[in-house]
Design a protein around this ligand. Structure first.
Ligand code: NAD
Length: 497
């Protein structure tokens, strides 16, 4: 990886005139590993201009040729998946196997997009009136952009760009400045796959680059994934500038464990979904809701599992959990252990004393933690912590558990653990959350379904990928056609509607 990461415009690195740069860390050592250029308005303009210039030819490229590029890109991703996972792990900190999983989930969206000819079929109605036919066609929007978060530098952009590009749009990606290298490697692979220059571009940076996109007249749609305050800002600003927008925000995902659940299965799931990727997943379980008399038993089973978790650098294959993304974020996550206790919770598992195997003493480490007896007024419950901290809430029955989940302002994911099919079915029907797991702790939809939360976890009305993704990246044109009979005498003026 280069010592300085720069933009990718028109199929080649674009150095520009960076007046500002950011540091990219190795989270396992805390050292600055490289820097990244921050785009000014002129670099955003250059990327959008390249995408705009590439659009007419790309939208008119036959579907079979477009999909041929997608199939080649799919093969290259598959071939380079370990290399991509190593890049992700080095900058994000997540363990290699987890990074590999992220690449695979992104690759599934590329595979979905390979089927675009079927998805772009419009409708046709013959004889809607005498000799009149009506039909609809799906057309791309033009230049579309995405702004993505640090926690999935490959998968989240791949929720968006394979579908957008397959639909005939051209694309500008602004990845997280905390782990920017994966996006550039993906751009190189697109070029190698034969994607015409300018169809996929990357600009790096922070708010200035994002605002450049939000205010650009030539950007027709914006996809965003990140925290809720920024998602709301993106939604409002992009919409005020006349753009189509989907803005996916933060989360507080509840796992409800009913009294009849298999507690070993539930404990395995809580530990996997709470501490995988150091809790830095938008679908991570952060609130564990124990229903009825099972809480003490469940806690002891979790404690036994957490004691065996190996925390260490992402490139050590024995590590199960890596460091957090930054020192500031690690400190913010750890502060909830103190505030939780201050506000009346019990610190049942303290991740600050969990052993770390390898890495540097300045790495952004924090082991898995669990706060018990959490109530809904505590900041460890009201805030999205986004780290390896489980908050356990004790409730007496199903109705109280459901009320708790539905009263929470977020609605990204949730899971219920039970052996009672009737209870699970009721939960699936009554819960006000976009993605639901039944004995599945992280119910991330497959690529051919769509990903998105409800309430404060999503602003906009089209979820990502699947048919909703196709809907987001196309607009429908309805055509009504009458072909004259070969007899001109049948024509005539008619002022009726
Ligand atoms: P973030 O909101 O800080 O940043 C996301 C993107 O927005 C980055 O590219 C960043 O450069 C940009 N950005 C940051 N501040 C900005 C500002 N003031 N104006 C304009 N752009 C700005 O999020 P993050 O810390 O990178 O990622 C973690 C968050 O993302 C968590 O809240 C997590 O729940 C959320 N997330 C949600 C989903 C989902 O599907 N709902 C998926 C992944 C992550």
């Amino acid at each position: 990886m280069d010592k300085n990461v720069t933009h990718w415009i028109s199929g080649a690195p674009f150095t520009g005139q960076a007046q500002r740069r950011g540091d990219v860390h190795d989270p396992a050592t805390g050292e600055v590993a490289r820097t990244v250029d921050f785009a000014t308005e002129s670099e955003v303009d250059a990327a959008v201009a390249a995408a705009r210039a590439a659009f007419p030819a790309w939208r008119d490229t036959p579907l079979s040729k477009r999909t041929a590029v997608l199939f080649r890109f799919r093969e290259l991703l598959h071939e380079h998946r370990e290399e991509l996972a190593r890049i992700i792990s080095a900058e994000h900190g997540k363990v290699f196997s987890d990074a590999l999983g992220e690449v695979s989930r992104g690759l599934e969206v590329v595979e979905f997009a390979c089927g675009i000819p079927h998805l772009l079929k419009g409708g046709y109605s013959e004889n809607v009136s005498t000799r009149v036919d009506a039909y609809s066609i799906l057309q791309p929007l033009g230049v579309v952009a995405a702004v993505s978060p640090f926690n999935f530098p490959a998968m989240v952009p791949m929720w968006m760009f394979p579908v957008a590009i397959a639909c005939g749009n051209t694309f500008v990606l602004k990845p997280s400045e905390k782990d920017p290298s994966t996006a550039v490697r993906l751009a190189e692979l697109w070029t190698q796959a034969g994607l015409p220059d300018g169809v996929f571009n990357v600009v790096h940076g922070d708010k200035a680059a994002v605002d450049g996109i939000l205010e650009h007249d030539d950007v027709k749609a914006v996809s965003f994934v990140g925290s809720t305050p920024i998602a709301r800002y993106i939604y409002e600003t992009a919409a005020a500038n006349g753009k189509r927008v989907q803005a996916l925000g933060g989360a507080k995902n509840h796992m409800v464990v009913l009294p009849d659940a298999d507690l070993d299965v539930a404990a395995d799931a809580a530990v996997s979904a709470g501490f995988g990727s150091a809790g830095e997943r938008c679908m991570a379980i952060s609130a564990l809701v124990a229903v009825g008399p099972i809480a003490d038993d469940l806690l002891e089973r979790i404690r036994a599992r957490v004691a065996k978790l190996r925390v260490g650098p992402g490139d050590d294959e024995r590590s199960e959990m890596g460091p957090l993304i930054s020192r500031a974020h690690r400190d913010s996550v750890a502060s909830y252990l103190e505030s939780g206790v201050r506000e009346g919770a019990t610190l049942a598992i303290d991740g600050r004393v969990h052993p770390v195997h390898g890495g540097g003493s300045d790495g952004f480490w924090l082991g898995p933690s669990l706060l018990d007896n959490v109530t809904t007024d505590m900041s460890c419950y009201t805030d999205e912590i986004f780290g390896p901290v489980l908050s356990m809430l004790r409730v007496s029955d199903y109705d109280e558990a459901l009320r708790l989940v539905n009263d929470n302002p977020y609605g990204n994911g949730t899971a219920v653990f039970t052996n009672d099919g009737g209870a699970a079915r009721r939960f699936q029907n009554e819960v006000e959350v976009g993605m639901v797991g039944i004995n599945v702790p992280i119910p991330v939809p497959m690529a051919y379904y769509s990903f998105g939360g409800w309430k404060q976890s999503m602003f906009g009305d089209s979820h990502a990928h699947g048919t909703e993704g196709v809907h987001f990246y196309t607009r429908t044109k309805a055509v009504t056609a009458r072909w004259p009979e070969p007899n001109p005498e049948r024509s005539g003026v008619n002022l009726g509607f």
